[in-house]
Design a protein around this ligand. Sequence first.
Ligand code: NDP
Length: 297
Amino acid sequence: MEPVLTLTDLETWSFSGTALAVLGHPIKHSISPPMHNAALEEMEQTDSRFKDWRYFRFDIPPVELSAALPRLHAAGFEGLNLTVPHKVLAFDQIENVDAAVRPIGAVNTLKRTPTGWHGFNTDGYGLATAVAEDLGIELADTPIILLGAGGAARGAAVECLTQRCASLHISNRTASNRDALLADLAPISNGIPITGFAPAQPPRDLPANALVINATSAGLKPEDPLPIDLNQLPLPRGVFDMIYNPAETKLLAVAKSLGLPVSNGLGMLIHQGVRSLEIWSEASVPVAAMHTAVTSA
Ligand code: NDP
C-alpha cells in the first residue's frame, strides 16, 4: 500500500515518473491507490508509455487545498482524484471545468494543462455503468427516486437527467439542501418531471417500478438511520446504494427482504476510476485488474 503523504512531502518531491494521486481528508482508507496501480502495472506490460506511472495518496485538510493544487502542478503531477471533502471545494479553485460538470458543482478528476487543472466528474459515468452492469437497468426512461442532496447526489441527478430518466424524485434529510439542488436542476430538466419530498413523508403519487439510489452517507455506520422506509414507497424495480463498505447496508438488507434486486457502490467506485484513468492516460484501461485489486483491498 502507498504511504500516506502530506503537503510537506512535496518540498522534497523527487519522483521522476508520471505521478497521479488522490487527495482527501481522511485518506488512509482509500482503495483508489491499489486500484489504479494494479491497472497501471498491467498497462505497462503492453505499452511502454506507462512505465513509471504511479498513483499516490495525500492527506490534505480542506484549508490546505488551495496551496496543494498549485504545488502538485508545479511538482509535475499529471492527474488528481479528489474525494471527501474536496469535490465541491476544488470546483472554484481550478482553471476550467468540463461543460458537463458545471451543473454538478463538484469535480472528482483533475487533468493537468500547461497552466493549471481541468476538472471532470466521473461519478455519474460510474453510477450509470454500475447500475446497468449490476442491476441490468438503464437510467434512460426509468423513474428515479434519489436519496440525498450532497456532492454524490448532485452527480447522480445530472447523470439521470443527461440520460433522460423518466422522472426524478429527490428526498433529503435537510430540506434546504434538497431545495437548493432542485433549483440547480430546474434549468437542465429539459421537460423531465423533477420533484422533492421529505424522507419521512413520501408522497402517494411516487411512481412504481422506480430505481432507488441511495446517495446519502446514512449506512456508513451501523447506528445510522435508514435513509428511507422502502415499505412506504410503491414497489421499486431495484435499489442501488453508493456505499460499498459495509457491503450490505441496512437499506440493502431491507430491499433484499422485499425480494428486490440490489447493488452496493463497489461497481460505481471501479467505473468512476476507470473513466478517470482513461482521461489521464488517453488509453483503454484494464477494468478486470481494477476489479480484482478493489475486491482484495
Ligand atoms: P456529502 O457529505 O456531500 O453528502 C451527504 C449526504 O448524506 C447529504 O445529502 C446528507 O443530508 C446525507 N446524510 C448524511 N448523514 C445522514 C443521516 N444520518 N441520515 C440521512 N441523511 C444523511 O457526501 P457525498 O455526497 O460525497 O457522499 C455520499 C455517499 O456516497 C457517501 O456514503 C459516499 O461514500 C458515497 N459515494 C460513493 C461513491 C462510489 O464510487 N461508490 C462515489 C461518491 C460517493 P443533509 O443534506 O441532510 O446533510
